[in-house]
Design a protein around this ligand. Structure first.
Ligand SMILES: [Zn+2]
Length: 525
């Protein structure tokens, strides 16, 4: 069955302003493009787009799909604008929670509070007798109540582990604010998520992404809760069956060897195997990103590394043993340096690319080294909107040149994938494109943070389409509108290349199409 899509503006993304009048699809692929009159004789069926705008399917280069679904199913604290509001959200949540079950909340950010106050265990102890953990927006830190500390065996006498921080009051008593490894010790106490729960979370996440126009993502789900079978089964339960989505799966280092040794199968082309994922540092917001200079506002703190240099070396060597690339979380320049040291010692197998995730703070010498390596940079434009202006309190002036320097990185010729790191940020790609273009909140009355790093419209849309396809080695089959490419489309009510700054955020998704099938439809069009 040949379907002719017409009566819209079709942006091919092959070059700036390149459009076609119609395209013909069959068996999930684009089989012809060109003028409507020429193609209509070949078509068995027509699909009228009613004057809307069609782009290659938008994708996300770095996210956590199952945790995004869990955030939608659980208590979301990301909209709290003060510590008091956060408290009242907690008071109203889970009224019938049994004392044996965990009280879980996600996404608070003290940078949104006028006084930047972080709640303590004393505040949380008023809410519930259940053990409670509330992860910070960055997911590298959390606040917990006394019950959770007790279950984890964390007392005044417990020293800080090498890979984490236990914040304390002036008497040395833990306040309930825990970071990195100290937080993970507590998260590990939460009973393992069942396959049924993970499947439900994934289903909710994919439905949400479809409604945002997303057709695929590079995602970090295998091993985040210590095993790979349950999350992988969740994928196989849904993708290719009730829902379609292009999921490129990274493997957490804790389950990597098991996955390589077990003869794991995937549902290709929907589910494809990716790289070994691990973390070197934390987040700037939690002051745990690893910097080569101390934090400006915390002169004894250089950040936290969650792995030793020997472990980094061993992880990269293990990936290479199985002929795999790595995907490394690195936010601070010192973390990037450590990652590059190991990658240079153990080069990536021919034809593959390592993913450097975040790379927020770089240096000239690091960029020079990165240019010699087959790497992909996973950048999150919305981080600019969330992290400025406070990020300027963290870093010294001489680092500003390479701070969230998306334009410079693109100009240097790197493949930059555009993503959201959801659930850290909202996965809506329009927010990502807006952030890449304007580098500010819509309510900010200035020219954007570090405005010379603003991308052009073409570059910004490219990030979320063709660049992401190239980043997973599929640049010749996805991310553009051309013959032989996947029939994955995002249909919007606005022209992103012309819409005003003000109207861009009112853009509506009209349809989301994967392999020629409509997976989401907005009934208002
Ligand atoms: Zn992430």
């Amino acid at each position: 069955m040949k379907t002719l899509w017409h009566n819209g503006t079709f942006f091919t993304m092959k070059s700036e302003n390149d459009t076609v009048e119609a395209l013909l699809t069959e068996n999930g692929k684009i089989i012809n493009i060109g003028p409507y009159d020429l193609l209509k004789n070949e078509a068995d069926k027509e699909f009228n787009l009613n004057g809307t705008y069609l782009y290659p399917g938008f994708t996300d280069s770095h996210m956590h799909l199952i945790p995004h679904g869990e955030k939608l199913l659980r208590l979301d604290l990301s909209n709290a604008t003060s510590a008091d509001e956060l408290m009242s959200m907690l008071e109203n949540a889970y009224p019938d929670l049994p004392e044996s079950e965990w009280f879980i909340g996600e996404g608070w950010d003290e940078n949104n509070f006028p006084d930047k106050r972080i709640l303590t265990k004393h505040d949380l102890d008023h809410i519930t007798n259940s053990p409670m953990i509330l992860t910070r927006t960055c997911r590298h830190a959390a606040i917990v109540n006394s019950k959770a500390l007790e279950l984890a065996g964390i007392t005044k006498e417990t020293p800080d582990p090498d890979d984490g921080v236990i914040e304390r009051d002036e008497h040395g008593e833990p306040t309930g604010y825990v970071k990195e490894g100290s937080m993970h010790r507590i998260l590990e106490l939460i009973p393992d998520s069942t396959e049924e729960w993970l499947t439900k979370a994934l289903q909710v996440a994919i439905e949400d992404l479809h409604s945002l126009g997303l057709t695929g993502a590079v995602t970090d789900d295998l091993g985040y809760n210590e095993n790979y079978e349950a999350p992988l089964n969740a994928y196989k339960n849904i993708i290719g069956k009730s829902k379609n989505f292009r999921a490129h799966l990274m493997f957490r280092s804790n389950v990597f060897t098991n996955i390589m040794e077990d003869n794991v199968s995937y549902e290709e082309p929907w589910i494809t195997p990716g790289e070994m994922k691990f973390f070197i540092d934390g987040s700037l917001g939690g002051r745990t990103a690893l910097l080569s200079n101390p934090y400006l506002d915390d002169p004894n703190n250089y950040g936290t590394t969650v792995v030793s240099d020997e472990e980094i070396d061993e992880l990269v060597a293990t990936a290479r043993k199985y002929n795999q690339a790595v995907a490394i979380h690195m936010i601070g320049d010192k973390a990037v340096e450590k990652g590059l040291d190991a990658i240079e010692r153990h080069p990536v197998p021919k034809g593959k690319r390592d993913r450097l995730i975040h790379v927020n703070i770089l240096r000239d010498d690091l960029v020079k080294r990165m240019k010699k390596l087959p790497v992909v940079l996973d950048i999150q434009p919305t981080f600019v909107v969330s992290d400025f202006p406070w990020v300027l309190d963290c870093i010294t002036e001489d680092r500003l040149d390479w701070t969230y320097a998306w334009k410079r990185l693109i100009n240097e010729g790197f493949i930059c994938g555009g993503g959201s790191d959801a659930p850290i940020e909202d996965p809506n790609p329009i927010l990502g494109i807006y952030a890449a273009l304007f580098r500010k909140k819509p309510t900010d009355n200035h020219d954007g943070y570090l405005p010379k790093e603003k991308l052009s419209r073409f570059e910004a849309v490219h990030l979320f389409t063709s660049s992401n396809a190239s980043s997973i080695g599929k640049g010749n089959e996805r991310g553009k509108l051309d013959v032989g490419y996947d029939a994955d489309f995002t249909v919007l009510d606005k022209n992103l290349f012309q819409v005003s700054e003000k109207d861009m955020l009112n853009t509506k998704v009209v349809k989301t199409v994967i392999a020629g099938k409509v997976v989401y439809e907005n009934n208002n069009y």
